[in-house]
Design a protein. Structure first.
Lengths: 293, 747
């Protein structure tokens, strides 16, 4: 196994073009585990930790551009205000050690249906900034996941950054696991309200071959919510709307039975999380509306 | 004799363990860190099938690989082909058939671990899979079930018969029945099986090994190697946890075979996945109980059937069955008893020793029953237990008299009087709620429940076993100061025995400087580091040897009153004494009635669990665990609290998450990714009350302490979850779906 170390982003792209079979390694919290368990032996590792350009994030208009080397710990500490859904999800990842090493780009590279980064990215409508020596390609997040642990990157492409719109409304992430910390999702759900265009974003994790949006649930809810914040401060959530939304979210998933849980439980839990997170989000929306007056 | 407990760092003090800092800073040398120049690495080829004939094994491809020094099959086992703890039924390497997934079939030694693994994988084995016996009930009761071993699938059936249950049943005003199931728990130690075998000039082997009992390892290894026991020398290497999983052999014979074959030191270390296949687990259990009582909640009779799945080999199944049977009604006074406990062979993973050893499974069932009975009688869980509690002078199911303090009613009163934790505030830190920072609730669906449980555990080996330990104590002058060297073969597996041995020597001999020599087989057997027995038995041996030294010292002092201790030792040389220590003898259970004084000591622990359950999602947060335990005498408060915390955590794990999932004889989750053990956010703070009612038969009056908390914590947590949900929950671990998908709780 060769070990390639890139010092600059340009060099990383060149190495990846020369050696498309090389496995990029950032935090290594997925790559090293696979190697230790002897699941697939990469021909080469391409170390991106030394690429300084990847290690930061920047604000670009209404977007945050999160470099591929930004760890979960930094997402929590530095971006909790502007990307709350993503920060909440980051907080549930592994243990402090894993959050100090692991990155969102690594989560996307692994593309596990159980990855906690995916639902909030789907809910907020993020864009993956992929790059190769051929140039930059912006991949909308919903088109990034192509199968179980497969993504839309070309063999010579690397993730440069993830562009995430700053939250214009409430966002929540919720994850069910059989333990109260350090647990892989049995299933997870993210919601984002987008009051600026009266849209709803959702993301479902660990309940289908890929992370996915509950598109019908989004459309239904966007149409049912009373977005106007009149003098009375907007209207409370209709429990029937919440119930229907929950049902549509569960219906969007295609869960299976496995060692972490049964399909029936996953569907049930998704509905519960959808209903609860919507309740919290709407509560925040109304409160923010009152505060704005 | 009065004990001078005031002595600095003597008995009764929270002396710190010598390995503590090393372990926390990552510097402790575990068995997996052993290294010798020129050593080879061993690897094991294991069966992928739970049950199959082996038609052929071709080691040729392995031997053809550069760097490979040996590839061995059962044909190369020099002596006996099988070994076992109580009965030699387990092949060193599979002979013509495999009986469980993971059974060792062939071995390889190579100059690099990676080469060894690849070479093992290159060995070609032709299997002919056959029907696997995976249902323990079928193995126990279906005469048409295929036999896993030639003499059938029944390993042990132990009945207990007291009085006349049939007649008693007519007098019972309240009867509750229940069927209960306990899943397969793993010991989940963190240091995988590992050791280093070094061939010796005399044709023997020196083995450095992480184990629980050096001598019984040696006695199983030597015959298989065709060597006299004296040529197999074992030294304890750094043990990364045990909990029963190191009672059976793993790689001991394998590494020794490879070392003798190649003439080179051979190291073997299991990976995590291999470790899950390479050691025994806790017996899963199916139990059916019937309790009859009077209207005011006094037990009239208990009837029980307990089936324990021993998996493919015998291991310690017979003793586990004995415990489940003899302790099967728990610490309650019952006049009429009918218990049938069975241990069976199946093609599931072999099961053997784990903390609590047969008593854990029964405790979960009888305590679940006591709660049902409480409800049927309209009594509180504490009251029903108090009304039936044993005390000194009671008899347990075996007819054995409890002849030492057993203040169960007082312990229940004490735990019931402890203040209950406050409800969690609405705007609480997420970490205080079920689900933690995974944010599944902000309080929605959360209901609180409180549960109580008690447990009864035998301490030391039972049923007539010659259970002893040996200690060698040497008092000498070193660099002008008196110094004590304590040498035993007792395995320090993390329980703190090394510290306790030194404390005892300080107290007994009044000398500050004490060294505990590394454990090895150059001194007599210490018995196993299991059954909560080492403080008792090896502690007793150290104490007795110290007393013998002190006697000689006293005689010398009387003759030479003018000389100081150091001067005496300088002039007359070291004083060294070796002693064996035995506890009161026990007898086997009567094969028909189960009666007899089969245990030497009995220990009680009581738990109260407070839980918050998200009843919609089935997620549980244990808010608090409280425990009252009678340990007779506290030798080291800090270490003891650690044992109670750890035992309670392991019981909590069994209640809520720890299970090896086996389907069709295959393990589905052999890793810590999916075999979940409690984290710091799952294990709550504990409230402890430790009682000291001495047992006059035991050294210092102590009562073994490591296991009892593992018994009662599981049913206490389960009872609390039932109280919160109103569900029967007859199986542990309780899975989220058991709560969330059961209609009663979906409001
Ligand atoms: C104990 C433990 C607990 C865990 N718990 C969780 C959890 O709770 N939730 C969760 O979601 N995950 C969890 N994980 C998995 C892992 O931590 C995450 O997936 C993490 O996001 C991976 O990031 P990384 O930087 O370590 O990735 P790496 O391991 O370095 O890489 C992961 C994948 O991404 C690819 N990759 C990395 N960087 C790039 C790039 N710039 N361009 C293209 N491809 C790239 C790699 O080639 C590899 O395929 C856990 C892992 C461990 C070991």
């Amino acid at each position: 196994m060769d070990f390639l170390r890139a010092r600059t982003w340009a060099e990383a792209l060149e190495l990846k073009a020369e050696r498309p079979e090389a496995t990029p390694i950032q935090g290594g919290t997925d790559v090293m585990v696979e190697i230790n368990l002897d699941r697939g032996r990469p021909a080469a590792l391409l170390d991106l930790n030394t690429v300084g350009e990847l290690a930061g994030w920047s604000r670009e208009g209404e977007w945050i551009r999160v470099g591929a080397g930004v760890t979960y710990a930094r997402l929590i500490d530095e971006l909790g205000e502007v990307l709350p859904g993503l920060a909440q999800a980051s907080r549930t990842v592994g243990s402090p050690q894993i959050r100090n090493r692991g990155t969102l780009a690594g989560n996307l590279g692994a593309a596990s249906p159980a990855g906690d980064g995916h639902p909030p990215l789907l809910a907020s409508g993020a864009v993956v900034e992929a790059e190769s020596v051929r140039g930059v390609r912006l991949i909308p997040i919903a088109r990034f996941y192509t199968g179980v642990k497969r993504n839309a990157l070309a063999p010579d492409e690397l993730i440069r950054a993830v562009r995430v719109p700053t939250a214009a409304g409430p966002q929540y992430f919720s994850k069910v696991g059989t333990r109260n910390a350090m647990v892989i999702a049995v299933c997870s759900f993210a919601i984002a309200l987008h009051p600026e265009n009266r849209r709803v974003g959702t993301g479902i994790g660990s309940a289908a071959p890929t992370p996915l949006r509950a598109v019908a649930a989004e459309a239904f809810l966007a149409g049912e919510l009373d977005w106007t914040l009149g003098r009375a401060g907007g209207s409370a959530l209709d429990p029937e709307v919440a119930a229907r939304f929950a049902e549509l979210v569960a219906g969007a998933a295609a869960p299976i039975d496995d060692v972490r849980g049964r399909a029936a439980y996953r569907s049930h839990a998704l509905a519960v999380m959808a209903r609860r997170t919507l309740g919290w989000a709407w509560h925040d929306y109304l409160r923010a509306g009152r505060g704005a007056r | 004799m009065t004990i001078e407990t005031g002595r600095r760092s003597g008995v009764g003090e929270s002396v710190l363990r010598p390995d503590g800092t090393l372990k926390v800073t990552g510097e402790f040398a575990y068995a997996s860190d052993l290294w010798l120049d020129g050593m080879l690495w061993g690897a094991t080829l294991r069966s992928p099938h739970p049950s199959a004939w082996i038609r052929s094994v071709d080691i040729g491809p392995a031997l053809a690989m550069p760097g490979v020094f040996a590839a061995l099959t059962h044909r190369n086992v020099p002596g006996e082909k099988s070994y076992g703890l109580e009965h030699r039924d387990q092949p060193v390497l599979a002979v013509d058939e495999v009986r469980y997934q993971g059974e060792p079939v062939a071995l390889v030694a190579a100059d690099h671990p990676e080469t060894a693994r690849r070479a093992a994988a290159a060995i070609v084995v032709e299997y002919e899979p056959r029907e696997a016996v995976v249902d323990p009930m079928r193995a126990a009761f279906d005469p048409d079930c295929p036999a896993v071993h030639p003499n059938g699938n029944l390993v042990r059936h132990q009945p207990v018969r007291v009085g006349d249950v049939g007649a008693a049943a007519t007098g019972a005003e309240v009867v509750v029945t229940g069927e209960y199931e306990v899943g397969m728990q793993d010991q989940a130690f963190l240091g995988p099986e590992s050791g280093l075998a070094v061939p010796a000039e005399d044709g023997g082997v020196d083995l450095y090994i992480a184990t629980q009992w050096l001598h019984v390892d040696r006695d199983q290894i030597a015959p298989c190697l065709g060597l006299p026991p004296g040529k197999v020398r074992l030294s304890l290497a750094g043990v990364g946890g045990a909990f029963g999983a190191r009672e059976d052999l793993s790689m001991q014979i394998h590494a020794s075979m490879l070392a003798l074959r190649t003439g080179r030191p051979v190291k073997m270390v299991y990976g995590r996945e291999e470790s899950f296949l390479g050691h025994v687990h806790r017996h899963p259990a199916r139990m059916r109980y019937e309790h009859g009582a009077t209207l005011d909640g006094r037990l009239v009779y208990v009837k029980a059937e307990i089936v324990l799945d021993g998996g493919a080999y015998r291991s310690s199944t017979p003793a586990v069955v004995g415990n489940a049977a003899s302790l099967g009604v728990g610490p309650y006074e019952v006049a009429d008893i009918e218990i049938d406990a069975y241990g069976v062979y199946t093609n599931n993973p072999p099961c053997g020793a784990m903390r609590g050893f047969g008593a854990v499974q029964a405790c979960y069932a009888y305590e679940s029953q006591m709660d049902r009975l409480a409800e049927a009688c309209g009594l509180s869980p504490v009251e029903i237990r108090t009304r039936n509690a044993v005390s000194q002078g009671s008899r347990i199911a075996t007819g054995q008299l409890i002849d030492t303090p057993a203040p169960l009613a007082e312990m229940l009163a004490e735990i019931a009087a402890m203040p209950l934790p406050e409800p969690v505030a609405v705007q609480a830190d997420l970490r205080l709620l079920p689900g933690g920072v995974s944010q599944t609730t902000h309080g929605e669906g959360v209901r609180r429940g409180v549960g109580y449980a008690v447990g009864l555990k035998n301490i030391c080996f039972s049923e007539g076993f010659d259970d002893y330990s040996t200690a060698q104590v040497r008092l000498e002058s070193l660099a002008g100061e008196p110094h004590v060297l304590v040498h035993t073969a007792a395995a320090e597996v993390g329980q703190g025995l090394v510290t306790v041995q030194a404390q005892i020597a300080r107290t007994e001999l009044g000398v500050d400087r004490v060294t505990v020599a590394p454990a090895d087989t150059t001194v007599g057997s210490a018995g196993s580091s299991s059954a909560s027995r080492q403080s008792y038995v090896t502690g007793g041996a150290v104490k007795t040897a110290c007393e013998a030294v002190r006697q000689r010292l006293d005689a010398m002092r009387a003759e030479h009153p003018g000389l100081s201790l150091d001067e005496l030792l300088e002039r007359f040389g070291p004083i060294e004494e070796t002693r064996e220590y035995r506890h009161r003898p026990t007898v086997p259970m009567d094969p028909v009635t189960g009666q007899g004084d089969t245990h030497t000591q009995l220990a009680l622990c009581v738990h109260r669990a407070v839980v918050d359950v998200d009843v919609e999602l089935g997620l549980v947060k244990v808010v608090e665990l409280a425990a009252v335990q009678d340990v007779g005498k506290i030798l080291n408060p800090l270490a003891l609290e650690g044992q109670i915390h750890g035992g309670s955590a392991q019981g909590l794990g069994l209640a809520l998450m720890e299970e090896i999932q086996v389907r069709d004889g295959r393990v589905l989750n052999p890793s810590f990714t999916d075999y979940l053990i409690p984290t710091i956010l799952d294990m709550p703070p504990m409230r402890l009350s430790i009682l000291e009612n001495p047992d006059p038969h035991a050294p210092y009056g102590l009562r073994g302490a490591g296991e009892p908390p593992t018994l009662s914590s599981t049913p206490a947590v389960a009872a609390a979850v039932r109280a919160a949900t109103g569900l029967p929950l007859t199986r542990v671990p309780i899975r989220p779906e058991d709560i969330a998908l059961t209609p009663a709780s979906i409001s």
